[in-house]
Design a protein around this ligand. Sequence first.
Ligand code: AMP
Length: 394
Amino acid sequence: MPKLSIKDLDLKDKTTFIRVDYNVPLSPDGKEITSDKRIRASLATIQYALEHGSGVILASHLGRPKGKPQPTMSLKPVAARLKELLGRPVAMAPDSVGPATAAMRPKPGEVLLLENLRFHPEEEANDPEFSKQLAGLADVYVNDAFGSAHRAHASTVGMVSYVPLAAAGLLMDKELEWLTRATKNPERPCIALLGGAKVSDKIEVIQNLLRVVDKLLVGGAMAYTFLRAQGKTTGRSLVEEDKIPLAARLLEMAGAKLELPLDHVVVQEIRPGADHKIVTEIGADQIGVDIGPKTVEAYTRTIAAAKTIIWNGPMGIFEMPPFDKGTVALAKAVAQSGAVSVVGGGDSEKAIKTAGVADKITHISTGGGASLEFLAGVDLPGVAVLTDKAAAAL
Ligand code: AMP
């Protein structure tokens, strides 16, 4: 990787500031963590820093407290859970900056969790003074919050100007490694599977992936806007009418690379267990809710031959069985393909879990928005500011 990794740093007797992603789901009263997945995902980097002689400061945002302290969005429950998972004390700072927090500087082997960064409006405003104060807490900066790397905030971008070295944590490193491998010189054939609700959300992703992949297989409601651009009927399916001309341009740009569903699962009304049919042409009163079996077969053949697979977005209304069939079938096909598979976005991850194949996927990205921006070819601000390996060697 071109960016400095935590593994390249001398951490002994240093205070290492790690930007983590503890934006965890909480119960409405803010007291219970309903999923500790993100806390578990941060452990490897924290343990690495501790084992290499650092004191560790952890910083994160949680929810949208709108720049004010909100007791229901405190990181205190995270400190308690982290203590259990690490098996060592975790001190909780009263704030993310200020003298009382600075006085709690952790010694080697100690861990300090700062309070929610977004209790200060300066965090999202990327305020230089706030950035300087954060940087002043530590000797070394590590960013392990890939899910926040597409945001230019004080803790992801601003404070980097005030630290000598800024490195990627182990989780960030893994994200960048697999996303880079899938998009820069991938093993071929390289294909992408794109689904979800709207073309408009993924225009840049489609444009960028068309430069990278050998085939782009489209599903989900997004496909209907493309079908309309081809003059096909879509009945009452979800279509972005104003994006039909754009879809036509994308089709022209893509040529034979872009494949659309050959058949569809249709209903008269969207509800769980609704009567459904398989059609190749959608009737005026029908709504497309999933890709049909012929499409599954055709896409599965392409998937089986692929060496690299990038996937974002479900192939149908997968939250509502049996309209998850197409998505689940393709998840299984991806798992069986033996290809390098990189999946981004919460919905695709859920579909992969429903299919029970998560352990056969090479990499499931932890950052929905960030991974989409990466796939769109955007230089993520939180990654761009990390120290280049080449510069660090000078
Ligand atoms: P996205 O966030 O763009 O990946 O979109 C995910 C959403 O797209 C999911 O909530 C799906 O239910 C929805 N979706 C996928 N296929 C369809 C469809 N045929 N009609 C309506 N919604 C769909």
